[in-house]
Design a protein around this ligand. Structure first.
Ligand code: AMP
Length: 385
């Protein structure tokens, strides 16, 4: 049975006065921990054995003898055998006793089963628990459905491989590294068959996944990931903020585009089809006249999310877009939680967030500020699910 919002919100009645901002140790955990301590909350990172050194060693908080934070931003680290162990009854109890408010990221929804998060995880989430599932392209109701309801432009869907009539992108998971992508492009049914056969033979994609893959128009234009924040604590006209914009570095795609065409053609066949593995991020701003439209789609998304998944989006979300030659965004992916590229602004703040908040405002800090504001005004429960 899906946990009710009121049941989760009631959990904080037993919490200590200062909650701890907790997150899973991967993805954007440093931004969240940095933001938490900047706003004077203790930070907790829940890591997995064998991949915890970033937090446990390199960014761990070191205090002066007087207790002042001298270095680092990860106050506490719990290293578990597996990320999913955070949902065992004992660990849930431990998190609650600790006063943990969990900031969801993609690592949470990738490594802890969504059904566990929805039905069993009795730890308050700062954000929209019920919307984590929309990221699963295999779900019948997913982010595409919501974007359509919101009236936001999405890439045209192509019904089958035989209907491919222009450059298309085929979206399916990687055959072995299931959290990674096995995407490829094709401009005709023939190219689809040739490339899919080759990728199956290489072990990059699995035949079974092709049957459920989404095929859509490949939007020509640079990628802009818009990092928004929605606060239900402000009057609705002030609720939506644009904090910043990031772009990704994807391997091997970004390496291939740095090669001149002549060298690309010299590559062995197997290296010519790019992989879309995200390996880093960069920062961007957008031509200022495009901002009106960016805010418009942000507002449409917030309204549609409130209607379909009440109480709707809470806190950060990211609309991943390609901008066409008219500067129009087409949204090809959505994160209904902190985006994966927000570390580019860690500590420095996002350009637009800084302009708005008159000081360095990263996404992590904005989350902590929201929790602080909610506590100060007695409205903490309104931002939890
Ligand atoms: P995603 O997994 O949806 O974040 O997409 C991974 C990458 O695929 C993006 O960063 C884009 O470079 C590319 N991509 C996804 N969908 C499209 C599309 N419809 N048109 C063009 N590029 C796309």
């Amino acid at each position: 049975m899906v946990l009710s919002v009121s049941e989760v919100r009631a959990l904080v009645d037993e919490y200590p006065r200062t909650p701890v901002l907790a997150t899973i140790g991967s993805h954007s955990a440093l931004d969240v921990a940095d933001g938490a301590v900047t706003e004077s909350f203790p930070s907790l990172v829940i890591a997995e054995e064998g991949r915890d050194a970033t937090y446990a060693r390199y960014f761990r908080t070191i205090r002066s003898p007087g207790g002042l934070r001298r270095r680092g931003c990860v106050d506490e680290i719990w290293t578990l055998p597996k990320f999913a162990d955070l949902a065992t009854p004992a660990n849930q109890e431990r998190l609650r006793r600790h006063g943990a408010l969990l900031v969801p990221n993609r690592a949470l929804s990738s490594y802890v089963p969504l059904a566990t998060i929805e039905d069993e995880l009795r730890v308050p989430i700062v954000g929209a628990r019920a919307m984590l599932r929309i990221e699963e392209r295999s779900e019948r109701a997913n982010y595409y459905t919501l974007l359509e309801e919101a009236g936001i432009r999405i890439p045209r869907r192509i019904s089958s491989p035989d209907a491919i009539d222009s450059l298309a992108i085929v979206k399916l998971p990687h055959a072995k590294r299931r959290l990674e992508r096995g995407f490829f492009t094709a401009a005709s049914p023939r190219e689809y068959r040739r490339k899919s056969d080759q990728l199956i033979a290489q072990g990059t994609i699995a035949k079974d996944d092709l049957a459920t893959a989404r095929i859509e128009e490949y939007v020509i234009g640079p990628v802009f990931n818009f990092n928004f924040f929605f606060s239900p604590l402000h009057p609705r006209p002030e609720g939506l903020e644009l904090l910043g914009v990031d772009e990704r570095r994807e391997s091997s795609l970004d390496g291939l585009v740095r090669l001149p065409a002549a060298q690309q053609l010299e590559l062995p066949e197997a290296s010519r089809i790019p992989d879309y593995t995200v390996v880093g991020h960069g920062t961007l701003t957008v031509r200022e006249s495009i901002l009106e439209e960016v805010f418009r789609i942000g507002e449409q998304f917030v309204d549609a999310a409130r209607a379909r998944y009440p109480p709707g989006i809470l806190g950060p979300f990211c609309l991943q877009t390609c901008l066409d030659r008219d500067g129009r965004p087409t949204v090809f992916d959505v994160a209904a939680r902190i985006g994966g590229g927000t570390n580019v602004h860690l500590g420095l703040g996002h350009p637009y967030g800084n302009a708005l908040w008159r000081g360095p405002m990263s996404t992590g800090r904005r989350i902590a500020l929201e929790v602080r504001h909610a506590i100060d005004t007695g409205r903490l429960k309104e931002i939890l699910t």
